[in-house]
Design a protein around this ligand. Structure first.
Ligand SMILES: Cc1cc2nc3c(=O)[nH]c(=O)nc-3n(C[C@H](O)[C@H](O)[C@H](O)COP(=O)(O)OP(=O)(O)OC[C@H]3O[C@@H](n4cnc5c(N)ncnc54)[C@H](O)[C@@H]3O)c2cc1C
Length: 501
């Protein structure tokens, strides 16, 4: 039986894992100990999330208004992509669907025909969260099938260190033990290769049956001790560096994250209650560190609030995220650039799969294999979705974009693009991240036009189709017009703007 779990690392991954385990293992007598080192610190980024985080917080029983107030959070309805297809393009990947059911075929097929007729409005105008985001409005989703406010979700943009502190408090109040100190070595079982204990600089030894490696990029246990190996995906996702810097708020605190394509990568803008998070993700083959920094600093909308920090990474994942009795969760398991804010969600998937496959102390191969299969699937799907933004560009103004257009795609991505190109069909997974509305938003946002629409669309008269589309658009526009402002909403949740957190 597993009696003691040791979590190595107290960043977002470590504290999310600790909080979830004390909650989900309550009453089992299993102890949870987390070791972290203030001297090493955390990666200090990771501010934009996906809607799934709300289920995680709900599972912990966290009050959303309290969480938003304590993490200086704003609402996120999606990600705006600027200059990705062509310079001047702008679209949002929303947390919700476009349109509504107006006939037997999916909504976008009717829009495609309307578009071909030259009478369609931009696709985003038929999507409530997009129109809401662009108008700086927010209201909570409803449960009224007749309302456009029913078919969307939302996430948060928050201060990652405050979220970590919030969960640290939560986990420790419920029994997690926190140990401060730097781990200098680990003891492995000579026969099984299992990790038996870790030793701190002070000489203290911490033993357990199950180890969760949340030590960040270095992978203290999973790589440095267990030598699991890394699958390098940088041929497909070449960005390998980032500059990050917060600045004062100088524009709107919109309910969305922005990603603007640059010559050698892209730049993020994440509005929080008290500051804007900014970063430039780039590939050092296409832009120098100095130029990347200049591009970032000269585009800041307000005064910088800290020195810029440089981060290094390689796209990819460990060959096995669960190896022996060690599970790598967070950056220790792998990293795919933050274009779609997927890392925290991968942490959540890692935790959920661990709880679902919670092992005995021998960590049976069947549990490990199933865990690794599920996590590999998540990583691969995210990789394909991220790549879509790059390969479906029409930009020809810089080597990065030319190379990405001409690269060989993984088969799994090529099939998805071809299927959509042929007749507008969209990948549909039974579960997991990025359901059809997400793929659709990016396919159309990046100007991939299908050769044909669903033939059932032709059964509807042109006037009827146009009338349906116009009704959908005006219903959304009216609903947005009546909804409250984003800032008014978060103030009603206890926000105190301008207060340094
Ligand atoms: C440029 C960039 C932007 C990102 N943006 C987003 C985003 O918008 N959304 C998103 O979801 N994710 C984002 N991420 C990812 C996100 O930041 C991470 O997934 C998240 O912060 C989790 O990090 P972590 O806890 O795995 O690692 P870390 O934060 O690095 O924590 C590692 C922990 O291990 C401890 N540790 C390490 N070695 C030792 C030792 N020897 N002894 C004791 N303790 C040790 C450290 O002290 C620390 O507590 C981004 C990442 C990068 C690089």
């Amino acid at each position: 039986m597993v009696r003691d779990i040791v979590i190595v690392g107290g960043g977002t991954a470590g504290w999310m894992t600790a909080a979830a385990l004390v909650r989900r293992l309550a009453g089992t007598g299993i102890s949870v100990t987390l070791v972290e080192s203030a001297e090493i610190g955390t990666v200090g980024v990771g501010e934009a999330t996906l809607p799934q985080i709300r289920y995680f917080n709900e599972m912990l029983g966290i009050d959303e208004a309290e969480l938003m107030a304590r993490t200086s959070a704003t609402i996120k309805l999606g990600i705006e992509f600027r200059d990705w297809g062509r310079i001047g393009d702008r679209y949002i990947h929303p947390f919700g669907a476009h349109g509504e059911r107006i006939g037997p075929a999916d909504f976008h097929h009717y829009w495609l025909k309307e578009q071909a007729a030259g009478t369609a409005q931009p696709f985003g105008r038929y999507c409530y969260p997009i129109v809401s985001a662009w108008n700086d409005r927010f209201e909570l989703p409803r449960e009224d099938p007749a309302s456009p406010l029913t078919h969307f979700s939302y996430a948060f943009q928050f201060d990652a260190s405050l979220y970590g502190a919030f969960l640290a408090d939560y986990a420790q109040k419920r029994g997690a033990k926190r140990v401060e100190g730097k781990i200098v070595s680990a003891d492995l079982d000579g026969e099984s290769g299992f990790v038996r204990s870790v030793t701190l600089e002070s000489g203290t030894q911490i033993a357990g049956e199950l180890f969760v490696d949340c030590s960040g990029f270095r992978g203290l246990l999973i790589e440095e001790q267990l030598e699991t190996g890394f699958e390098d995906w940088s041929d497909w996702l070449p960005c390998n560096r980032a500059w990050a810097v917060p600045c004062a708020i100088g524009g709107e605190v919109g309910p969305y994250t922005r990603s603007t394509a640059r010559t050698g990568g892209w730049q993020w803008r994440i509005p929080l209650q008290h500051r804007i998070g900014n970063g430039h993700v780039y590939c050092d083959r296409y832009v120098s560190d100095g130029d990347a920094l200049d591009q970032l600093m000269t585009s800041l909308e307000g005064e910088p609030l800290a020195d810029p920090r440089k981060l290094f990474f390689v796209a990819g994942k460990r060959r096995r995220l669960w190896n022996r009795n060690c599970i790598a969760i967070g950056l220790s398991g792998g990293f795919l650039e933050p274009l779609e804010s997927t890392s925290i969600d991968l942490i959540q998937s890692g935790i959920e799969n661990l709880v679902a496959l919670f092992p005995e102390a021998d960590c049976a191969a069947a549990d490990r294999d199933e865990y690794n299969r599920l996590m590999d699937l998540e990583f691969e799907r995210i990789r394909d979705f991220l790549m879509l933004h790059y390969v479906a560009t029409q930009r020809d103004d810089a080597p990065l974009w030319r190379d990405m257009r001409n690269m060989t795609w993984p088969d799994s991505l090529a099939e998805k693009i071809e299927t959509f190109r042929h007749r507008g069909a969209v990948p549909n997974y039974a579960s997991g991240l990025f359901q059809p509305p997400s793929w659709l938003a990016v396919f159309i946002g990046q100007n991939i036009v299908p050769e044909a629409w669903d033939p059932r669309v032709d059964r509807m008269a042109d006037e009827e189709r146009s009338a349906h589309l116009e009704r959908v658009r005006t219903t959304i526009a009216d609903a947005v017009e009546r909804s409250s402002g984003h800032l008014a909403f978060i103030k009603s949740y206890g926000a105190t703007f301008g207060d340094a957190a």
